[in-house]
Design a binder for this molecule. Structure first.
Ligand SMILES: [Zn+2]
Length: 192
């Protein structure tokens, strides 16, 4: 079986605000006992470790305290990552322009623009640029988070990832959005 993970990515936060926002969000989560304060080896892909589920893990699922137990797996924690990162949402069939609704095929891959124009835009964005891709249908310059990917791909400077947790409650995700200042969030769930 794979490792099930859910990500919540703030796609509006500036890279310079992200560290403060991480501190604020971590304090909020620790205060509600959703996570432990310390970092341990309980997540994948984050060398510094993650936060183990707290005594009130159930809060994140919208359940009563003590109603559910945290996953009894090695990877069962929460990572809060800062810095511009690409949060993979699934293999792409096509992307759709939000302005003119042109559908751009991504398969076969060698005939699409994924490895060329999109890849360049992602590199630019990771380095601090705007990461715009021109639509070949209408000519508009469109930001990476504004394309319709068909899957929730996200490009953001702050991301929360939980490993093998049960599905997060919508209200909990909304509360995280409030703690982060009402920014637009992209939620996704995947298996590694
Ligand atoms: Zn277009």
């Amino acid at each position: 079986m794979g490792e099930y993970f859910q990500s919540i990515v703030d796609v509006e936060i500036g890279v310079h605000e992200a560290a403060d926002a991480k501190s604020r969000l971590t304090a909020w989560l620790v205060d509600r006992e959703v996570i432990e304060a310390g970092l341990t080896d309980c997540v994948l892909g984050e060398p510094g470790g993650g936060h183990a589920p707290g005594a009130n893990y159930a809060y994140a699922l919208g359940c009563q305290r003590d109603y559910v137990d945290p996953p009894r797996l090695w990877a069962n924690g929460m990572a809060i990552s800062v810095g511009r990162q690409v949060y993979w949402g699934g293999d792409l069939e096509a992307v759709i322009c939000p302005r003119c609704a042109r559908r751009e095929q991504m398969r076969p891959r060698e005939q699409g623009r994924w490895d060329t124009v999109f890849n360049d835009a992602i590199d630019d964005w990771v380095r601090g640029g705007a990461g715009l891709v021109e639509c070949v249908g209408c000519g508009a310059q469109i930001g990476l988070n504004d394309w319709d990917w068909g899957y929730p791909w996200a490009f953001g400077a702050l991301g929360v990832t939980v490993w093998n947790w049960d599905d997060l409650a919508d209200d909990f995700v909304a509360e995280i959005g409030q703690v982060l200042g009402g920014h637009r969030l992209v939620y996704s769930a995947n298996k590694l």
